[in-house]
Design a protein around this ligand. Structure first.
Ligand code: ZN
Length: 176
């Protein structure tokens, strides 16, 4: 179970980028690029709710016009800092959305199209194994991997990016 295998969204990065200082509903985006600067995944998001009564983040992965685009609403926990200002954390919505996990976390991982905390991600063990065999197939065949990275289907692209980040993580472990 390696967190490096998945795209992570860090609430601290969002805070540093000024997301929590923008107005409600203002469209923002964030993208992950490969080493050559080619965009692999882009998410669009905006803040919902009110600063006083509770905020959430509405995130869309992929273009809305695109088949299989994924969207999710993530609640934010607001913590008052003793010397003023707020600190934000994600509230994990849980694996199936019915039984909310409600864990306050700094990072969420994109697992099978949903943003989940590390704990909830671990529960998807069966899915992960199946996922891994599909990733391995891509890694053994660079043409398939390239085709998946350029696919119009966001799920294919995410699978390919998962395979790619997994390969990078392995490489780094070998180097150490
Ligand atoms: Zn969770």
């Amino acid at each position: 179970m390696l967190v490096e295998d998945f795209l992570a969204l860090d609430v601290r990065d969002l805070a540093l980028a000024g997301v929590f200082r923008t107005s409600i509903g203002k469209p923002c985006s964030c993208s992950w690029n490969d080493a050559d600067g080619v965009e692999l995944v882009k998410i669009n998001f905006y803040l919902e709710g009110a600063f006083e009564s509770g905020l959430s983040l509405h995130i869309t992965v992929g273009q809305v016009a695109e088949a299989g685009f994924l969207s999710q609403r993530i609640q934010l926990a607001t913590l008052q800092r003793p010397y003023g200002g707020n600190k934000f954390l994600f509230l994990c919505s849980g694996k199936n959305g019915q039984s909310a996990c409600d864990k306050r976390v700094r990072k969420l991982y994109l697992i099978e199209g949903r943003w989940l905390c590390r704990n909830c991600g671990n529960l998807t063990y069966q899915v992960r194994r199946q996922h891994d065999s599909r990733k391995d197939r891509l890694l053994r065949n660079p043409d398939l991997l390239t085709a998946a990275l350029r696919s119009d289907d966001i799920r294919q692209r995410l699978l390919a990016i998962g395979a790619w980040t997994q390969a990078l993580a392995r490489l780094n472990r070998v180097r150490q």
